[in-house]
Write a protein that binds this ligand. Structure first.
Ligand code: NAD
Length: 493
């Protein structure tokens, strides 16, 4: 059985631990590799390696660090197909979807390549007589990233591009469910000229995460995953004195007003609800049909669902792949056994949902009761709920009362209503006739409420701020002839 190694000090290193974690091919259900879960000692080795290498990397010129990002960007560009097919072989998403993930990851290398401009501090000449004040952004030291299974290439790139270009050392703990692409990215960073030891990958699960959380040399942790784990990592990490940004789960509402273009809204709901089998943190999982739009919208969504081709990534016609594991597939499927809504399209009845592989065809549930598990849980699978409300105000109340606040979208032809929604809604990312409003890399990504624990969003300007700390220098070059003793508090006037 192929064993997935760590990456420490610029090369692959075989794991020495005794625990083995299976890596499935979700399209067949077979185990294709195994992760040797990292021990606490191995995590320590990775952190020490980064710690030893970081001072020289920090001392490298900004243009040198940016050059590595430029080269990395070109290497990722040149290896798009390889990265996409590797990640889809372990995740199960279609090649087209995986290619989109790589493209959105690449944006982060492009943004980070602009660091010489972005890391410029401020400078105030003559803040007081003969005194200048300026600010500097300095790296934190060694930082760690802990990433989820659903974007094994993009989410690590959200983190490490900015962290590295700012002069930090990095330890990545990717998802144990689709770990291999992290090694390909590590190798591309090496080929881009990143010095050995600056970027390290530790394979494993909670044990490795706990070791990172306890390690005093890890100065900051970026986490993306489910809400309970995000919250616990935020609490433990900050208690241990680290800077933490922890992005959690979501329940993304797509509000459709009566004046919306219904076919366009139905296209959007189906694309955003079932793309990547619903395993996206920005997936639309609830359509909120306002007023009279409900019946027509449900009919149009159901028609489109009937045309979705479910299959393995190796099938060029497939539009939606399997779920990540048998356990997860069974859990998602079990929602359809419960009450709380009218099942309009039942994915359980499709032949492909009986296996092999972890497939579940798309389902649509109308008239969902907001107290039911359909609405209360982040199902994270191809089950789209429709909640019917009478008014815009009820729709906004629903979204704002929900525990999560990652993304949301409104579909309408009324610019005033859209503007009001962007003002009223309590979510970090809003789409206006755009169902998956993932910001481009020169903005930042983050939800509100239980979708993010911490202060700064991820990637973009917030990302660079997260991976640097500010130093402010107050400087004077006095003329010795004018120097005097003055015990008063320094004044600027
Ligand atoms: P997960 O929380 O199970 O795992 C995420 C990471 O944490 C993995 O690396 C895993 O090994 C580690 N982990 C798991 N349990 C842990 C524990 N008890 N202690 C310490 N570490 C632990 O999430 P997942 O199933 O890989 O990913 C799906 C979830 O991630 C969904 O909830 C989804 O909404 C969320 N997600 C959020 C965003 C976002 O930007 N907000 C993006 C992608 C995914």
């Amino acid at each position: 059985m192929r064993q997935v190694p760590h990456w420490i000090g610029g090369r692959e290193v075989a794991g020495t631990g005794s625990r083995r974690l299976p890596v499935f091919d979700p399209a067949t259900g077979e185990v294709q590799a195994e992760v040797v879960a990292a021990t606490t000692e191995e995590v320590r080795t990775a952190v020490r390696t980064a710690l030893a290498a970081q001072p020289d990397w920090r001392a490298a010129s900004l243009s040198r660090r940016a050059e590595v990002m430029f080269r990395f960007r070109d290497l990722v560009d040149g290896h798009r197909k390889e990265i996409a097919s590797l990640l889809s072989s372990e995740h199960g998403k279609t090649i087209a979807d995986a290619s989109g993930e790589v493209a959105r990851g690449l944006e982060n290398a492009e943004f980070a390549a602009g660091a010489p401009h972005l890391l410029k501090g401020g400078y105030s000449e003559q803040a007081a007589g003969g005194v200048d004040v300026y600010s500097i952004q300095q790296p934190l030291g060694v930082v760690a990233g802990i990433t989820p299974f659903n974007f094994p290439a993009m989410v690590p790139m959200w983190m490490f591009c900015n962290a590295l270009v700012a002069g930090n050392g990095f330890v990545l703990k990717p998802s144990e469910k689709d770990p291999s692409v992290s090694l390909l990215l590590a190798d591309l960073l090496r080929r881009a000229g990143l010095p050995d030891g600056i970027f390290n990958v530790i394979q494993g699960d909670k044990e490795a995460v706990d070791a990172l959380l306890a390690d005093p040399d890890v100065k900051a942790i970026s986490f993306v995953g489910s809400t309970p784990v995000a919250q616990s990592i935020y609490e433990t990490g900050t208690r241990n004195g680290k800077r933490v940004q922890a992005l959690g789960g979501a329940k993304n509402h797509m509000v459709v007003l009566p004046d919306a273009d219904v076919p366009a809204a139905a296209d959007a709901a189906v694309s955003a609800g079932f793309g990547s089998a619903g395993e996206r943190c920005m997936a639309v999982s609830v359509v909120v049909a306002v007023g009279s739009v409900g019946d027509k919208l449900v009919e149009e969504i159901a028609t489109r669902i009937g045309r979705i081709k479910v299959g393995a990534a190796s099938d060029p016609d497939a539009e939606m792949g399997p779920l990540i594991s048998q356990q997860h597939r069974d859990k998602v499927r079990s929602y359809l056994d419960g009450d709380g809504g009218e099942v309009v399209v039942d994915g359980r009845t499709a032949a492909i949902s009986d296996g092999p592989g972890f497939f579940l065809a798309p389902s649509l549930v109308d008239k969902v009761d907001t107290g039911s598990p359909y609405y209360q849980d982040e199902i994270f699978g191809p089950v789209l709920s429709v909640v019917r409300v009478d008014t815009y105000d009820e729709a906004v109340q629903l979204v704002n009362d929900n525990q999560w606040g990652n993304g949301t979208a409104i579909f309408t032809r009324d610019g005033g209503a859209a503007r009001r929604y962007q003002y009223d809604v309590e979510c970090g990312m809003v789409g206006v006739n755009v169902p998956i409003p993932v910001p481009v890399a020169y903005y930042s990504f983050g939800g509100w409420k239980a979708s993010l624990f911490g202060d700064l969003h991820m990637y973009g300007p917030d990302g660079l701020r997260f991976y640097t700390r500010t130093k402010v220098v107050t400087s004077r070059w006095p003329d010795p002839a004018t120097s005097e003793v003055d015990l008063g508090f320094p004044k600027v006037r």
